[in-house]
Design a protein around this ligand. Structure first.
Ligand code: FES
Length: 289
């Protein structure tokens, strides 16, 4: 059976929606309200149906596989995003907010790094003009805080972490022999190419082995278990898109947020993140944790 959706490109479909929205916006207030109510009612029906379909498919092993494939179709992904079925996690949303405001922060001589989001709290580190007690520094901090709280519904508070500890402040002995056992001095920082995925084979002191990848985007490093969340295939040849901040698996094209590991193709799937720290000019990765 041939349908409009099957024969029309996603761009044409989106243009058709835009054109209809423009026409609705031009209606008199009473007619516009009725049209908007109709739109909301139809969307509510669609959303309810889609949620049921996704729930049932996720619960069935064979259907889940098909759902994984379907979510990768642009029109299906757009539909799921429109209905809030695929939603970035707070860390991904907050990273996007930080990326959006970073040029402004830098233009004032400061910088901000999002470290993590936990229980509604965004933890950030500040640099340059964002630190100190001067009025501009306070204004910058408040701007960052406001942007995160206003634009990420899951964030209710922002906490500023102290500057990242230096090797002088954290002796390597503490890393090697203390309760931090499992940390592996993986690779010198300068050997990790920017904008690339670096596969590594790690061996901890206790013999634990781990295949990992390090993702570098500028001065941000992230480590993951070298297994796609889809079928655990290796990600050595995955594509890192630094513009979009995504990793695309070469095997079946699933896409992941490069900094959080969240799967953008399938709600709930996730790359397994490994603890990473920079110390002594090296990337350290904890394995077996
Ligand atoms: S998308 Fe299938 S293994 Fe990665």
């Amino acid at each position: 059976m041939s349908t409009t959706a099957q024969t029309t490109s996603i761009t044409e479909l989106a243009e058709r929606v835009d054109e209809a929205a423009r026409r609705v916006a031009g209606l008199d207030p009473e007619a516009r309200k009725a049209a908007e109510e109709l739109k909301e009612a139809v969307e509510a029906v669609h959303r309810a149906g889609l949620i049921t379909i996704v729930r049932r498919m996720r619960a069935d092993e064979r259907a889940r596989e098909l759902l994984f494939e379907l979510v990768d179709e642009p029109e299906v992904r757009m539909l799921f995003m429109l209905h809030g079925i695929i939603r970035p996690d707070p860390m991904t949303e907050a990273s996007r907010v930080i990326d959006a405001i970073r040029p402004m922060v830098r233009s004032h001589g400061g910088d901000v790094e999002l470290v993590r989001v936990e229980d509604g709290v965004a933890y950030v580190r500040l640099k340059g003009a964002c630190t100190g007690c001067s009025a501009p520094a306070v204004a910058l901090r408040e701007g960052i805080e406001e942007a995160l709280i206003e634009r990420v519904p899951a964030i209710t508070r922002v906490e500023v972490l102290p500057p990242e500890p230096s090797p002088v402040l954290i002796p390597l002995s503490a890393v090697r022999f203390g309760r931090d056992d499992g940390w592996v001095r993986a690779i010198p920082v300068e050997q990790v190419p920017d904008g690339r995925i670096t596969p590594l084979h790690l061996t901890a002191k206790d013999g634990t082995e781990q295949e990992a990848i390090v993702v570098r985007l500028g001065d941000r490093f992230t480590a993951y278990v070298n297994e796609c969340a889809h079928q655990a295939m290796p990600l050595d040849d995955a594509l890192l898109d630094r513009e979009a901040g995504t990793i695309t698996c070469p095997w079946h094209g699933f896409s992941f947020d490069a900094e959080s590991g969240e799967c953008l193709s399938m709600p709930g799937a996730q790359l397994e993140r490994l603890p990473l720290r920079i110390d002594d000019g090296h990337v350290w990765i904890k394995v077996g944790s």
